[in-house]
Design a protein around this ligand. Structure first.
Ligand SMILES: [Ca+2]
Length: 304
């Protein structure tokens, strides 16, 4: 993938756009204007998802991610205001990496869950959309902890092999009953697959499990009745576990991650480890690691 960087000399009013050598991330977008009052505008490419802006004091300097990531750009353009560093770089993720994107938006008590990628998402038990909680869109999924979960069929989209990936979701626990599977292609009675779980060892700690057991542990004790952003990524054989944008575990993770079962949210594939709580804004990127260090939790719903 190519990206372009844009050097903006505010003092003189010159705008220079020079292509750089290809990198693994980033995508070309068209810088359309800079008003020299701190607003940068560009035109979206339709097949690009997340945008973020980086800046550096020189074109060859260290690019900084400290600006807010623009996870969702719903119009044909976006502007962003900030103070005026010398050099900007606008990055995005090719849409083809997105394998699941579930906003859990809809009418109250609906059992229709739409994956923007197109996977059929079946709701089991009393799983439904509710309006009394939400991160984005005014609604989310509610699971009552007894027989409720969401599921798709088996699909190679959940088989990451040894490549990069990103799994992210929002969860709000209504109660903390014990071990809970938030998302995974994982059977509790055997080994294999992968899952993000809330485990009881240690008490109520968010973890990433794969193959024969726990691979990463956040080592925090979660609470009920508040939203968490949970993310797991792998970049070049290194696994990262984040809670609310904080990197809490980082390990060598070179395992070949298969997907021997269907994908489930809120329970294991064999109907155990039920979640009592809420899920919103679930996304899987295959072949792309969105984060490898602390980040600002996205402030908008993701765009497909
Ligand atoms: Ca939502």
């Amino acid at each position: 993938m190519n990206h372009q960087w844009y050097r903006i000399l505010a003092a003189t009013g010159l705008v220079l756009c020079l292509p750089l050598a290809s990198q693994n991330y980033g995508q070309t977008v068209e810088l359309t204007s800079f008003d020299f009052a701190g607003t940068l505008s560009w035109t979206n490419s339709p097949d690009i998802t997340d945008y973020s802006i980086q800046w550096a004091s020189t074109p060859g300097g260290v690019w900084t991610n400290s600006w807010v990531s623009l996870a969702s750009v719903v119009a044909t353009g976006e502007s962003f205001s900030a103070s005026v560093p010398m050099c900007y770089r606008v990055l995005g993720i090719p849409r083809t990496h997105t394998k699941l994107l579930l906003h859990a938006d809809g009418t109250h008590n609906s059992t229709v869950f739409t994956d923007e990628v197109g996977h059929v998402m079946a709701a089991y038990g009393n799983t439904r959309i509710v309006t009394n909680q939400s991160v984005f869109g005014g609604t989310c999924a509610y699971l009552d902890g007894s027989g409720d979960y969401l599921s798709t069929t088996n699909c190679s989209d959940w088989t990451f092999g040894t490549n990069d990936f990103t799994i992210e979701l929002r969860v709000r626990f209504a109660v903390l009953p014990g071990i809970v599977t938030l998302i995974g292609s994982h059977d509790a009675s055997s080994t294999g697959g992968w899952a993000i779980v809330n485990n009881t060892t240690p008490a109520n700690s968010l973890q990433f499990h794969a193959l024969t057991g726990m691979k990463m542990d956040s080592r925090i004790t979660v609470s009920a009745n508040r939203w968490y952003h949970v993310a797991v990524t792998r970049a070049s054989g290194i696994g990262y576990l984040f809670v609310d944008g904080r990197l809490l575990s980082c390990v060598t993770l070179t395992n070949n991650l298969s997907s021997p079962w269907r994908l489930t949210l809120g329970a294991t594939t064999d109907g155990l480890q039920y979640l009592s709580g809420y899920l919103d804004e679930v996304r899987i990127l295959k072949g792309y690691a969105k984060w490898t260090g602390d980040f600002v939790v996205p402030q908008k719903a993701n765009r497909y």
